[in-house]
Design a protein around this ligand. Structure first.
Ligand SMILES: CC(C)(COP(=O)(O)OP(=O)(O)OC[C@H]1O[C@@H](n2cnc3c(N)ncnc32)[C@H](O)[C@@H]1OP(=O)(O)O)[C@@H](O)C(=O)NCCC(=O)NCCS
Length: 173
């Protein structure tokens, strides 16, 4: 694989990230979602990651804040997605590099857990497990097995509960 640099997005990357999302997904919904999250309090610049090859952005992954609520109260955890790699560079491990970097950074920043809505077959290879294993559901209209999760702190998800995605996420499901 060519040298891939994974780093946090900077304000100058916004257009390039848009192009990556428009090329990887059919339609504009995911690109719009990334913009909506970027302009919301749920955005964490250090966890909006780009993959760069030879100075060109070829992939993007967003981790943002969501709330997990259950009978014990509510806690802030992270939602992974959308993520995208330009089609001409897919199947080369760039998506995997983005996910590994995202998990490492989230752990370093002391977040307790990550959830992902959709594409469970892809994310399970990175040790995401069905959220239903912890009795976790979400406010998105997803098939039960489409929500996966990972604990970064042991026991963080043991209370189960409901993940509350902010409104812009509802538009892509
Ligand atoms: C999903 C995506 C980010 C993967 O990026 P990537 O750089 O190709 O990922 P990697 O090279 O690390 O891994 C590729 C592997 O993932 C698998 N894969 C890709 N998409 C998958 C999916 N939807 N379900 C299951 N497996 C999938 C492929 O089989 C591939 O395995 P192979 O290379 O052995 O054939 C990229 O294909 C993409 O942008 N897809 C369109 C947007 C999308 O669906 N994003 C994810 C949901 S938000």
């Amino acid at each position: 694989m060519q040298d891939v640099i994974v780093r946090a997005e900077t304000p100058g990357d916004v257009k390039a990230i848009d192009v990556v999302n428009l090329s990887a997904f059919e339609g504009e919904a995911e690109a719009r979602l990334v913009d909506a999250v970027r302009n919301s309090p749920d955005f964490i610049r250090d966890l909006s990651l780009v993959a760069e090859i030879n100075g060109r952005i070829v992939g993007h992954l967003l981790l943002s804040k969501v709330i997990l609520e259950n009978e014990n109260g509510s806690q802030e955890i992270l939602a992974l997605g959308p993520m995208s790699v330009v089609p001409s560079q897919s199947h080369r491990g760039i998506g995997s590099a983005l996910i590994q970097a995202a998990i490492g950074r989230a752990r370093d920043m002391r977040y307790s857990a990550i959830v992902v809505a959709g594409q469970p077959e892809y994310y399970q290879r990175f040790d995401f497990k069905p959220a239903s294993d912890w009795g976790i559901v979400s406010n998105l209209p997803l098939p039960e097995d489409a929500l996966t999760a990972m604990e970064l702190k042991p026991g963080a998800l043991s209370g189960g509960g409901r993940v509350i995605y902010p409104a812009p996420f509802a538009e892509i499901f």
